[in-house]
Design a protein around this ligand. Structure first.
Ligand SMILES: C[S@@+](CC[C@H](N)C(=O)[O-])C[C@H]1O[C@@H](n2cnc3c(N)ncnc32)[C@H](O)[C@@H]1O
Length: 343
């Protein structure tokens, strides 16, 4: 038995007598063979990500190490080789690279993600840009932020990082997503400024509204010095990137999305509009208790949804339309409203 075991190990060692540079090349070649062009077209980048992950080079800046001759010439271990092969296999099975490596960079930080969260998208950075623009232009004081459908927490935590004196509440109906958002809040040292609550905008009771308002709990540093419990104040900013893909559209998305990312984070009935309608109704019903007078409401939206959402927010309820922002593909990705009643 021992002999077989030893010879097997020896055999494996012999096969993998390859250095990092060779392994990078091998990995790229394997990914290039994928018939999914979202994999083959990015084989160069993805091979670097997978190899870096196996070598535990997990930081953007550290990845320059792959260009270091010393690192490139190091022979990789059996364990590293086997792990890499299992990652390549998962990737060739269309699993998103970010679920395999367990993170994605968004705005200025790294965010953990897993199968219970949407992977943060570069398009969603448009939301952060627009919030910064609007707050500067209107000289808004953003002290308290509500994020509806927080997922990894990427929007809320990035915004909290931009507005250093703010506190925030992130809600999601998925407990598993909230666990990841909490991990990200801790990693970014924002856990004292944020509360993460299980809340469903389609199905909530009034007690939960007071919980939203009294969060983050008064044990947070921002409130400890304040005897009036500053945290009971209303929200100055509401952010939401709700599910907005229609059932029809979903059929035509890449399997990297449809087979792996949570459908509850993606699909919305009523032609992709159901969750905007529910959120608009929720905000309208609770606007006096939840929203400050100048509260800014910023939505991420899907391609071509701007007119319908504007009509829901302005005509059905009387939120004031402020403007939009296009993403890098020139698609209107973000709509902004204010609580103020139209004059
Ligand atoms: C499109 S993802 C956005 C995640 C994250 N904010 C981002 O931008 O990457 C939508 C999120 O809304 C949550 N969600 C869907 N329906 C919900 C509901 N009725 N109430 C609360 N959260 C909901 C999902 O679990 C998911 O995390």
């Amino acid at each position: 038995m021992n002999f077989i075991h030893l010879s097997k190990r020896f055999y494996c060692n012999k096969i993998i007598n390859k250095n990092v540079l060779e392994i990078l090349k091998d990995t790229k070649e394997k990914l290039l063979k994928s018939n999914n062009e979202l994999i083959s077209n990015y084989s160069e980048l993805e091979s670097k990500l997978l190899v870096s992950h196996v070598l535990k080079i997990n930081d953007h800046n550290d990845q320059y190490q792959l260009f270091n001759k010393k690192v490139q010439s190091r022979i990789i271990s059996n364990e590293e080789y086997n792990q890499l092969q299992s990652f390549i296999e998962r990737r060739l099975n269309n699993e998103p690279i970010n679920y395999i490596i367990g993170y994605r960079y968004f705005w200025k930080n790294k965010f953990f993600c897993n199968h219970s969260t949407l992977i943060p998208r570069p398009d969603s950075e448009t939301i952060i840009e627009k919030i910064i623009e609007e707050s500067k232009e209107k000289e808004l004081k953003i002290k308290k932020i509500l994020d509806l459908g927080t997922g990894t927490g990427c929007l809320l935590l990035s915004t909290l990082n931009e507005f250093k004196d703010s506190i925030g509440v992130g809600i999601d109906k998925s407990n598993e997503a909230l666990i990841i958002a909490n991990k990200n809040a801790i990693e970014l040292s924002l856990d004292k400024r944020v509360s993460l609550l299980n809340f469903d905008w389609n199905n909530y009771d009034k007690n939960q509204i007071s919980k939203l308002l009294s969060s983050p709990s008064s044990s947070s540093p921002s409130s400890s010095s304040n005897t009036n419990n500053e945290n009971n104040e209303k929200f100055d900013l509401v952010i939401s990137n709700p599910p907005y893909i229609s059932n029809e559209e979903f059929k035509y998305l890449n399997p990297i999305v449809t087979e792996w990312e949570p459908k509850t984070a993606l699909i919305a009935d009523e032609n992709g509009l159901k969750d905007y309608k529910s959120i608009a109704s929720f905000l309208n019903e609770n606007k006096d208790s939840l929203l400050s007078d100048n509260c800014l409401i910023v939505f991420e939206i899907g391609k071509g949804q701007e007119k319908d959402i504007q009509s829901i927010m302005e005509n059905k309820y009387s939120f004031k339309y402020i403007g939009y922002k296009k993403d890098l593909n020139s698609i209107i990705r973000c709509l902004v409203f204010m609580k103020k009643v139209k004059k």
